[in-house]
Design a protein around this ligand. Structure first.
Ligand code: DGJ
Length: 740
């Protein structure tokens, strides 16, 4: 069984890891081990019995400040970061949680109001619920652990219940806290900015606190909730690594506190900064879910573990297992200059190229000719679309295309009929300026009436035409986070209530329109997180469509998120964000590492480029199951280290039966008289022979008269292939591997 209990020691065991903790006689929950699978849970000897100066002790002799714990609390001797901070009736926050009981059940419960991982069958996972009480404040904490045995993962979450007669004031409720025995570790996180999201950072742990966080009301471009710890020598294929992520889209905190004895405490959860929650007697508060993954075989295996679990047990609905359509998006083709005729012309070119979905981006509603107006007025622009969206949808459907539409429902323009009618529907603080970003404000989704309005308005849009896809954008972060409906003592609940409101809207819409494919977006990748993927199984990875910038963005993202979740498009050159010119083939090769599409005016391409588009689309259609459902291997990293100049990137996707693969290699800059380059492949069956078919994705392909190379999987993995020196920057090579 994945969960076993002996003498109050709990052993959570998956195919990839063991996680052990014990309820001590004092009632404290001591964390004992998280790492490679153990046969049994005999690790009690790991507890440190040393008496330490300046460390308070309990009557039982325990020193909370040195005890590794599952639920560290504040105020009774542990000076490190607490899991929860709760003020009771007397106003103090000192608390202490003692073990009361546990319950094991098959399957996994869903979390009230929040997205979470799930099982399809109760036999897939077991859940352990541990109840702990603070006898003085009346707070009860329930720790939930679900063990996904076959997926090698453990999810954790925390529920706080008020069993007192008076309200409790929650100041901090993290989702998971994890004490490690050594600080001889690197930590890896995905930090960045707009247009350069999820840039990989790896650094040795330092003494003291190190954290990443968002205070923006969304998971943000700047930091991503995901982080990993690994041993200093861990590589892509060897060594230990621990990964944590959060199923949440709002402000988060992911941090590691290395204490005086060199023991790190890693935590992840809602950002306690500006958070508060009034918990009435009898009520409970559910924190978002954290997911924990361990790999003893390097970062590649850690990523593949996350990819599989997210694809199969977080994403859900009709589109979870369906191949994603090749699309063309109107944004970089025409920006706001769209109308029925030019969209149909784009559709005709898309049809000729074999594209399946046309997404009409911003500019189709209200009087939206630029970004100063109309968010909230979701009716078709009268001069651009005089016949409405129904007619446009029909014309696109007649071309054989699915009709996709951009919306930004969470926003409101001050210049909109909606704002004029409901000026109090946005987040705001009385008497303070309402700070604008991109000339817009944010609707107050902590309000039920606003959520109901949005559900009905978006349902109206979706019912108004035959729409098969929605791009759900969100183009600013929260300021003046206050709600007109909450009393003063609950204002700090607004940001989290907003997220609950957003999830309720998305639940309603995805239930009403199960066939529609939703893609999330936040000025590109500003809300690329596990909280949105259950509703919107793909996300626009970045507003930066430059192929070379994308190497970093997509490799960083791949640490934690599967390729099928990453929107990636071929765009025009010089690129609109960085003004770089890259070969058409390279743009195609890079976009093929995500959900593939185009973001340019297909009618303005040369004939040779139009032919290249046809070949790219045909190749994507032939192989997309590999990228979308296969196993992903990073072969060469674009991130610089002491041993790697980052001038080459390479990756591959392998089918689950290992009979087929796509391998891509990109050279960033051409080097004079370049050193030899070897490419070792991965994930193949060493006993099979593979035909290596070079794929031409650019204009004017040269006829290839050579007989295809056939090599053993063992040779491709161990000896590799030699990459010929290539003159010219930004060069790409792609091979399709087929087992003979
Ligand atoms: C930001 C998105 O990331 C872009 O792709 C585009 O949809 C614009 N918003 C439209 O305003």
């Amino acid at each position: 069984m994945p969960i076993s209990v002996h003498d109050q020691t709990f052993h959570l065991r998956t195919s990839a890891c063991s996680y052990v903790f014990a309820a001590l006689p004092s009632g404290y929950l001591a964390h004992l081990y998280f790492g490679a699978p153990l046969r049994d849970a005999h690790v009690a000897h790991l507890q440190d019995p040393t008496n330490r100066a300046f460390s308070p002790y309990l009557p039982s002799g325990i020193m909370p400040d040195t005890l590794p714990q599952e639920i560290p609390a504040y105020g009774t001797g542990d000076f490190r970061e607490p899991l929860v901070e709760i003020a009771g009736a007397n106003g103090t926050t000192a608390s202490e949680f003692v073990f009361v009981s546990y319950k094991i059940s098959n399957g996994k419960p869903s979390l009230e109001g929040l997205p979470s991982f799930y099982v399809e069958d109760d036999s897939e996972a077991q859940t352990l619920e541990i109840e702990l009480h603070d006898p003085i404040s009346g707070a009860v904490v329930v720790l939930l652990y679900t063990v996904f045995e076959e997926y090698g993962a453990i999810t954790r979450s925390v529920r706080v219940e008020n069993r007192a007669q008076t309200p409790l004031h929650l100041r901090r409720v993290m989702s998971a806290s994890l004490d490690f025995p050594t600080a001889d570790l690197d930590w890896i996180h995905l930090s960045g900015a707009w247009a350069r999201e999820r840039d990989l950072v790896r650094a040795p742990l330092q003494r003291g606190s190190q954290s990443i966080e968002s205070r923006r009301g969304s998971s943000s471009h700047q930091q991503n909730p995901f982080f990993a710890l690994c041993s200093p020598h861990t590589t892509e294929t060897t060594g230990e690594a621990w990964g944590l992520n959060l199923v949440y889209s709002g402000s988060f905190y992911s941090g590691i506190d290395v204490d005086q004895y060199g023991t790190p405490r890693a935590q992840i959860g809602i950002n306690p900064f500006d958070f508060g929650w009034e918990l009435q007697p009898g009520a409970s508060f559910q924190a978002p879910e954290a997911v924990l993954m361990y790999s003893g075989a390097g970062l590649g295996a850690l990523s593949r573990g996350f990819h599989r679990l997210i694809r199969q047990r977080l994403c859900k609905g009709t589109w979870r297992d369906k191949v994603r359509p090749v699309l063309v998006n109107s944004w970089e083709a025409s920006y706001f200059k769209i109308d029925e005729d030019n969209i149909v012309r784009l559709g005709e070119a898309a049809r000729d190229a074999g594209i399946e979905l046309l997404v009409m981006d911003d500019g189709w509603f209200g009087t939206r000719d630029n970004d100063t107006t109309s968010l909230g007025d979701w009716t078709p622009h009268k001069t651009k679309f005089p016949h409405g969206l129904g007619s446009l949808g029909n014309r696109l459907n007649d071309l054989g295309l699915t009709f996709g539409l951009w919306v930004e429902p969470e926003m409101i323009s001050p210049d909109s009929d909606l704002y004029r009618a409901h000026p109090d529907w946005c987040l705001h603080v009385p008497n303070r300026r309402r700070t604008e970003a991109r000339q817009q404000l944010i609707l107050d989704l902590s309000r039920e009436d606003v959520c109901d309005y949005l559900i009905e308005t978006m349902s109206g849009v979706l019912n108004g035409a035959n729409i098969g896809y929605i791009k759900w954008d969100m183009n600013r972060n929260m300021t003046e986070v206050g709600s007109a409906l909450l009393p003063a003592n609950q204002q700090r609940e607004t940001a989290h209530r907003y997220m609950l409101g957003l999830y309720s809207i998305l639940t309603a819409l995805t239930n009403r329109f199960p066939e529609v494919l939703f893609e999330s977006c936040s000025g590109g990748g500003g809300r690329f997180d596990l909280g949105l993927l259950p509703f919107m199984p793909q996300a626009w990875a970045s507003d930066n469509t430059d192929a070379i910038s994308r190497l970093r963005i997509q490799e960083g993202t791949s640490l934690a998120y599967p390729a099928i979740s990453m929107g990636a498009h071929v765009s025009d050159c010089p690129n609109h964000q960085v003004h770089r010119t890259t070969p058409f083939a390279t743009r195609g090769a890079v976009a093929m590492a995500g959900t593939f599409g185009y973001e340019l005016d297909l009618n303005k391409l040369s004939d040779a480029q139009k032919e290249a588009v046809k070949r790219q689309v045909a190749f994507v259609k032939e192989t997309r199951e590999l990228a979308q459902f296969g196993d992903f291997y990073r072969l060469k990293s674009v991130f610089t280290t002491q041993r790697n100049d980052g001038n080459e990137a390479a990756w591959m996707f392998v089918s689950p039966d290992q009979r087929e693969a796509v391998v891509s290699w990109i050279q960033v800059l051409a080097l004079p008289n370049a050193p030899h380059s070897l490419l070792h492949m991965a994930g193949l069956n060493p006993s099979l022979d593979y035909e290596l078919i070079p794929i031409e994705l650019g204009e004017n392909p040269k006829p290839n008269s050579k007989a295809p190379l056939v090599l053993g999987g063992d040779v491709l993995i161990n000896a590799g292939i030699r990459i010929a020196n290539h003159q010219g920057d930004f060069h790409a090579k792609v091979w399709h591997l087929k087992a003979r």
